[in-house]
Every structure is written in structure tokens, then in C-alpha cells.
Design a protein around this ligand. Sequence first.
Ligand code: 13P
Length: 263
Amino acid sequence: MLNSAATQRQPWVIGNWKMNGGLSDNETLLSDLLALLESHGGRPIARCAVAVPAPYLFQTMVRLSGHPIGWGAQDVSAEAAGAFTGEVAVSMLQDFEAQFSLVGHSERRSRHGETDALVAAKALALLQQGLTPVVCVGESLQERDQGRALTFVCDQVRQAAQPLHAQGVLADAAFAYEPIWAIGTGRSASPEQAQEVHAAIRRTLAEIDASAAEQIRLLYGGSVKAATAAGLAAQQDVDGALVGGASLNAREFFDIACAMSDC
Ligand code: 13P
């Protein structure tokens, strides 16, 4: 059952494939997803999307164009063009009609040394070209055990949101709360834990821009499964899900999207 605030913010369910897939597997996954949607009367359930590895954006665009599933990237450069070996610019995502990109996923923060400032710059580059950044934030188990989860996450949110607000584009961003201890561990945050952090994130955003804070979608990520999705979606400030492992299974991803849409 969706709450009324979430109903105003149409739920958004994004599958983050991470570094998985291949031409043939992607074809099967996307066809299976489209077939499930079709069997559901073709009705868009939640606003559904996949975040695919950059080399597969073309395949995804061709496969999903005209269907009610969106697509985007998992990361992007803050730079427009030039000598940045290995990077992918926002304009390149636009060539493949990507609608969004994740930025600041914890796997990029921890393994690639991405700072709050870089994450904010990437988010701004996307917004300035009309794409939505899904800014990922989340605490480690150590921070949670030390009782610092809310302080840590809200600081990450502030660092990303303030530069976007200064440029007048904050309302068009989205955030994903992904506690690091819940990613790929099978141990999801409880609906109450997720709500506590999401409410704190929305309060932090409201201190910067009250009307933007009401519009901004806050997705939860971390071991989301079909069985746990409805409980999360029922929370006042949970506006969707960022799904890792379970998004590689068409049936499971579809069922999560359904659970998030109350259908
Ligand atoms: P899992 O759903 O596999 O825990 O991954 C969550 C995630 O990192 C999505 O971005």
C-alpha cells in the first residue's frame, strides 16, 4: 500500500546492473522484462528503468525505445570533453537517450576515491544537460554501530545538494539511500530503518530548499527483493528502489516494481 506522499512522487524503480551482462544476456533480460510488462496489460507500473554499463547503452536504447522502461548510466564524467581517458561525458549519454545516471555509488566512492565534491560536480553536469542524477549516499556498518548513520548520510546529502541549489537545479535531482552494510549482503535495512534515514534526508533537503525537498524522490537500495519491497514502499519517505542483484532476474525485478506500485 503506497502512502499519500509517495503517490504524489511517482515511485521510481531502477535496476543497477553494475558490471554484469553481455549482448546476449541483456537481450534475454530486456525481452523477458518487456514480456512481463506486456502480460500486465502494458501498463507502466512504477516508473521503471535500468542503469546499464556504458557499452550497452546503444543496445538498451534500441531495445527499450517506445516501451515504458527507461534507461541510464551508472556513472558519468563531470567534464564536458577532452583528455580524460576512459571517461564518458554527459553528451555521450545523451547520444543514447539516457535519461539519468547514478553518481556517487558507494562502490565508486570507496574503490575509486570519489569525493563529495566530485559527486556534486557530476550531478551538476547532468542537470545542466537535462539528465537526472541519482545521487547515492549511505553509511558503513562502522558508522551505524557508532550511532553516526544520520549525521554521516545527511552530511553527504548536504555536500551534494548545496551546489545544486546554488545553481537552481536541486528539485530535479534524485537521491538513493544505500547503506553500505546492506549492499549485496542479503541484509536489507528494515522499513523503519529506511524511513528514519529517508526522513532525515528530506529534512536536510528542506533546510536547503523546502519545496524541492517535497518533490525529490528518495530511493532505497541495499538487498531489495520482491518480498521486502512493499514494506519499504509503504514508508512515507521511500519513493522507490535502487535494485542491484535482484534486477538481473526479470521476474524478481518486475515483482519489485509491482510491489512498489501497489499493483
Ligand atoms: P544489491 O541490491 O545487490 O544489494 O545492490 C544494491 C545496490 O548497490 C544498487 O545500486
